[in-house]
Design a protein around this ligand. Structure first.
Ligand code: SME
Length: 155
């Protein structure tokens, strides 16, 4: 299976997994597990906007930092700019927050509510430089849109 095909199956799996559940912690836990299992990335998880900063949410992988301020690191920059960040080589990203020295590339995708306010972020790290490209960006944005519709856009 090529990457696009894997993502197609993953999106279907995620849509099935989240269809009947609305509790944020549970949905995000299963979505991070599904992505990690299907795609084999090193670290997959969510940061949640809470009390004006990003806090660590459900994830799969090694322990990570709890708090990230707006504008700091890749996650904080994605929040400040309100858009997906694809980082080929984290060592070349100014201010990158290294939770694990094994992480070499990263993608962060924001999830918005129906007022356009960012509520959480999907953060994925991998051990090789240049893991994430336009296909990952497009497909992970589709997954995040489905999750955001279920969790944050219901009223
Ligand atoms: N590397 C991220 C921090 C989160 S961890 O990778 C899990 C950053 O620079 O925002």
């Amino acid at each position: 299976m090529n990457k696009k095909e894997k993502y197609r199956e993953l999106l279907q799996q995620v849509e099935g997994l989240i269809a009947d559940e609305h509790l944020e912690v549970s949905v995000l836990a299963n979505v991070s597990a599904a992505i990690k299992e299907t795609m084999g990335f090193f670290w997959v998880g969510f940061y949640l906007v809470h009390n004006g900063e990003l806090v660590l949410g459900p994830f799969q992988g090694s322990p990570a930092c709890y708090h990230i301020k707006k504008g700091r690191g890749v996650c904080g920059t994605a929040w400040a700019e309100g858009k997906t960040m694809v980082v080929k080589d984290v060592e070349e990203f100014p201010g990158h927050i290294a939770c694990s020295h094994l992480s070499r590339s990263e993608i962060v995708v924001p999830l918005f509510d129906n007022k356009g306010v960012m509520r959480s972020e999907l953060d994925i790290d991998h051990t090789e430089v240049g893991t994430f490209d336009e296909v990952d960006k497009e497909e992970l944005e589709k997954i995040c849109e489905a999750v955001a519709r279920q969790l944050y856009q219901r009223d």
